[in-house]
Every structure is written in C-alpha cells, then in structure tokens.
Design a protein around this ligand. Structure first.
Ligand code: C2E
Ligand code: MG
Ligand code: MG
Length: 563
C-alpha cells in the first residue's frame, strides 16, 4: 500500500504518522505504507532491520520502550539527497516511561509509486541530551524555548507559571465573561503508585491530562501544578463545572487499573479578577481541602468562611510556639461533683489560650488545628505537667487531694514515649498514678481500635484510670464497651441535650447507665446545665456530673479555694 498524498502534503502526512505512532501506538498506520525492502535504523544506530515485517517490529519496540509519550512539537523539512526524497522531523516529546524529555530525529525516506509514496527507509536518532535540545532550539527559533518552558514535561499540559500568565490574559481579554478555577486531585495517588507502580501512576496522570486537552470549550486552560494536582480555568456557565466534574470522575474510573480512582475537586468562582491567579488557585485549593475524605460530594466551592478559617489556622500555627514558650497556655479546672453529696469528687484539666491582649481562643478552635499539624502533643504535655504540679502543691499544703483528669489527644496515642512520659511525670512529682486520670475521646477508638486497646491496656496496667470521653457523640457501639480497657464512661453532653428525659432519649441514657454498671464501669455526665437534668440523672443512677450547673472551668487559683 502507498501513502496517497501528493508531494506538497507529504511533510504533513509524515508528521501525522509519527504522531499516531508515538502518541497512540498505532504502528499499523506506518507499517501499511512500508516498502517491502524497507530499511530501518534504531535510535542507538546498532540495530538494523530490513523488510517491512522487521521494521514494523522495530517500530513497535521503540514505541513500547518509550510509551506513554506526549508529543509537544514536531517540525519537519523536506529534502532530496542523492535522488532520495526524505523528510527529516525533529520531535520534542516526553517519554513518561523514561521520565525524560526527548528530542527525536526521524528521517523518513520515500519512494514514489504510481498512487503515492512508500517508505523505503526510516532512521531514528534519539538525543537524550536536554542541553543539546535547548541548544538546537535556540539556534533555530527562540520561541521554541519559551514553548518548552511553558509546558509540564510529563503531561504536556501547561505548567503553573504559564497557566497563571495565560489565565490572567484570558480574564483581561474577556472582561465581560466570568470564570471558574477548578482544582483537581487524585485521592490517595500515592497508594496507586505503590500498588500499581509509578509507571501506571504516570500513565493515569497522562490519561487525565489527555482528557483535559480534549475538552472542547472555547475559553479553557488546563495545567498540572505538581504531582497529581491539576488546575483548570474556564468560562463559568450554568452547570458547566458540575458537568466537567462528573465527566472527569467517570474518565478517571475508566482508566485501566483495577482500582476505584476517586478525584476530588475544589471550585473557586472568580468573583474578583484583580487578585493574582496564584491566589485564585489557592482559594480553589482551600475548597478542595474541605472535600478530603468526603466521597459523597467529591467537590466543594470556595467561600469567604473558608478563608477566615484558614487565616485563623495560620494565626494559630504562627503564634503557637511563642505562646507555649511565654506561658500563653493556662491550666483551667472544671470540678466534678457527686449529686448525692454535692461534694467535689475531682476535676478535669482544660487548656485555655490567653493571648497577650487578654482575649482568649477556645480549645475547640485550636486543638483540631494543632492535632492536624502535630503540635498538640506539646500542649498536652504542658497541661499534664501543670496538673501534676498542682497535685503536688495540694498534697504539700495538706489539702484533700482528688483526681484530675487530663485530655489525651488521639495524636498522643501514636507516641511511643507516651507511657514512659506519663509514668515519668508521676515519679517526678511523686504522686500516685490514680490521681492522674486520662480522658481519651470516643472517636479515637474508632480510628484504630486495636492500637488504642493495646495502649489503654498498658496504661491501665500501669495504674492509670482511663475515661472514655464524649461517649455517644460518635459511632462507637455499646457492644465494644465489653472489650475495652476503660474505667469510666463520660457521657457526651449532646446525649443529655437530645434527651427529652421522659421519652425515648431518656430510656436510652438510662439503659446505657445500667449497662455500664453491669460492666463495672462508672459513668459521669458532662455538660449538665439545669436542675431538671440533675434530677433526671439522679433518677437513673448516674451520680457523677460535670457542667455549668455546678461550675464552669476556672483558673487553678480559683479552684483551690473550693477544695
Ligand atoms: P471535653 O474534653 O469534652 O471537655 C468538655 C468541654 O465541655 C469543655 O470545653 C468544657 O468547658 C465544656 N463544658 C463543660 N460543662 C459544660 C456545660 O454545662 N455546657 C456546655 N455548653 N459546655 C460545657 P472546652 O474547655 O472548650 O474544651 C473543648 C474540647 O477541647 C474538650 O472537650 C477537649 O476535647 C479539648 N481540650 C480541652 N483542653 C484540652 C487539652 O489540654 N488537651 C487536649 N488534647 N484537648 C483539650
Ligand atoms: Mg475531656
Ligand atoms: Mg467530653
């Protein structure tokens, strides 16, 4: 068979064949037009093949050695040497397999036949030397360098810088239109790399990039920012973003690996074109971060609340070290009472962050942030030590000393030194271990039940009293209580509040208290605010309470006046 084109179109037809060979692996298109006596030279120059069958095999081999590939540019010229009509093509492409930007020179030699042309020689020369590639390009055409610099070599999409410039240009060029910025991330991409290999991971990236390139919208830019993070900017139209998200999710799942690939998305609707595109990308990222782990709605839209939350988090992270060093964290104690005697039976240590201007930040705001960045252990250790100091002081001054429970964050439980640190504290301040009680939140048990059970068992064996905090707020089942090493069940305040006390809620609470008793567990109710709640708790036999009805958390000095 012959390539049925006239000589003026031969150059274009050759480029098309090369593109099909490397971008899609369509060897047959080329093989179809090979002369029976064709000669092929492999890139290394050592491998020589003769005849259409051998050359086809050699082309196939080359493709497989480099694939997947993405071609950024082909430039060809046509020449005749010693009567041989040839097309020399310079190809800039990326081999994802070899993780390299390559310059490939292919000279295709043609023979004229009655209905077109056949290929009677192919010579491939591969140049792995990037420097040289640049050199060659600068010699011929400076704009090619810019071209290379704008692209992400692995996927052929724009890189961050080019995206920012072009998106800003696009917005300036179309001031009457509105735009969306969409960030796209592959959930647990690392795992895909680990299980299926980096090659497959790269292939997936390219697969998605391929889809992005194929999107048929007039105003649309796509880029890979880094790793598995992509961004798009497109004209905002009703339902467009949702459609894109939906389609991309399907595309990701149609990838060849046997893994349910989940994409997550963060959308920023550009409401202020004057801010830098990099900030827009950040905003879309904030939205994206809200999605993590939520597979029901895999995307989130940016709003200003997110920004404020981020600013707050930034403040917390920035000021944390200095606050810890300069005594910004204070120990507060909230007394616990026995309803029958109305006497204090102990207290809970709660941290307060007092800022220099006297304002305070509540723990529910900063503890989760510190848990995320791992600094919570430092606050906890500080509070535990302050607690031990107080216990020592009370003992020394002859007060009747009751236990204090401290909060142990889920992060602490992963610390291999946790137990020795706690034991060390009780030794340093010479206090009995049962005076330092440990509160572990219910939800920590569902994170990693096996590990938590091991740690709590060891802590219990050491002589510490373990409380399960916030019981009833999460998903733990009553069933797990029988296997767990705890001493006291702390009923979450939500439990109490949702209880209409006479109806179903009341029955459930009453049943929980009964069951805890049968398992030899004590119960304490937290968040007790009203007389009615007190009476109800008494009626169901839950005698220990903690809550505003009796006292708010107070500074240590104030607490000392109560005991
Ligand atoms: P938690 O351990 O469940 O502590 C009980 C929370 O309920 C405290 O909030 C307390 O002030 C509040 N509270 C007590 N009685 C009442 C009441 O009658 N009504 C209402 N509405 N609230 C009541 P706080 O001090 O803001 O602490 C919030 C959470 O922050 C704590 O919940 C605990 O999980 C965490 N936390 C506090 N201090 C520390 C700490 O030193 N380390 C760690 N890791 N977490 C801490
Ligand atoms: Mg607690
Ligand atoms: Mg609690």
């Amino acid at each position: 068979m012959a390539l049925k084109v006239d000589i003026d179109n031969l150059q274009r037809a050759t480029e098309k064949l090369i593109k099909r060979l490397f971008a899609e692996g369509v060897v047959d298109a080329l093989a179809d037009v090979l002369d029976e006596n064709v000669i092929g030279f492999s890139p290394s120059g050592h491998y020589y093949s003769r005849g259409s069958w051998e050359v086809k095999r050699f082309l196939q081999g080359e493709y497989e050695r480099l694939a997947p590939c993405s071609i950024s540019k082909i430039r060809s010229r046509q020449f005749v040497r010693e009567g041989q009509l040839s097309i020399e093509s310079h190809i800039i492409m990326t081999s994802l397999q070899q993780r390299k930007l390559l310059l490939l020179n292919i000279t295709t030699m043609y023979r004229m036949v009655p209905d077109g042309f056949t290929i009677n020689g192919i010579n491939m020369a591969l140049d792995y030397d990037r420097e040289k590639t640049y050199e060659l390009l600068t010699e011929s055409n400076v704009s090619d360098l810019e071209f290379l610099a704008s692209y992400d070599s692995a996927t052929g999409l724009f890189n961050r810088e080019a995206f920012c410039i072009r998106a800003a240009d696009m917005m300036t060029d179309y001031p009457d239109k509105s735009f969306d910025i969409l960030r796209i991330n592959i959930e647990r991409f690392k795992i895909i790399n680990e299980i299926f290999g980096e090659q497959q991971g790269d292939k997936l990236l390219n697969y998605l990039a391929g889809f992005m390139k194929s999107i048929d919208m007039k105003l649309c830019l796509s880029a890979r920012l880094y790793a598995d993070n992509f961004v798009m900017c497109f004209e905002a139209r009703e339902g467009e973003a949702e459609k894109l998200i939906y389609t991309m999710q399907i595309v990701a799942n149609s990838f060849e690996i046997s893994h349910h690939t989940v994409l997550t998305f963060g959308l920023y609707h550009v409401d202020d074109m004057s801010i830098p595109v990099s900030t827009m990308i950040e905003r879309a990222n904030m939205a994206l971060n809200q999605v993590k782990g939520n597979h029901v709605t895999p995307y989130c839209v940016y709003d200003d609340k997110m920004r404020n939350q981020m600013l707050l988090e930034q403040m917390i992270v920035n000021e944390f070290d200095s606050a810890l060093e300069h005594g910004g964290f204070k120990l507060f104690l909230q007394p616990k009472y026995d309803l029958r005697t109305e006497q204090i039976i102990g207290s809970e240590a709660l941290v307060r962050w007092i800022k220099e201007d006297g304002s305070s930040v509540v723990p529910s705001l900063f503890i989760p942030v510190l848990e995320r960045n791992g600094s919570v252990y430092a606050v906890d250790r500080y509070i535990w030590e302050e607690t031990c100091k107080s216990l020592r002081r009370w003992t020394d001054s002859g007060k009747l000393v009751k236990p204090v429970s401290v909060n142990v964050s889920r992060i602490d439980l992963y610390d291999p030194d946790l137990i020795s640190f706690l034991v060390g504290l009780t030794q340093k301040y010479d206090i009995p271990k049962n005076l330092l009680e440990l509160e572990i939140t219910e939800s920590a048990y569902t994170d990693d039940p096996k590990m938590i059970m091991e740690v709590t068992e060891r802590l219990q064996n050491e002589g510490f009293v373990i409380l399960m905090d916030d019981f009833g707020s999460g998903y733990s089942s009553l069933n797990m209580l029988k296997d767990i090493h705890i001493d006291i069940l702390k009923l979450d305040m939500g439990f109490l509040r949702s209880t209409d006390q006479t109806g179903r809620g009341g029955n459930i609470l009453s049943a929980v208290v009964q069951m805890a008793k049968s398992l030899n567990l004590h119960t304490i109710a937290e968040g007790v605010e009203t007389r009615e709640q007190v009476d109800f708790l008494k009626s169901i036999g839950c005698y220990w309470v903690q809550g505003y009805y009796y006292s708010k958390p107070i500074p240590v000095e104030e607490f000392e006046k109560l005991i």
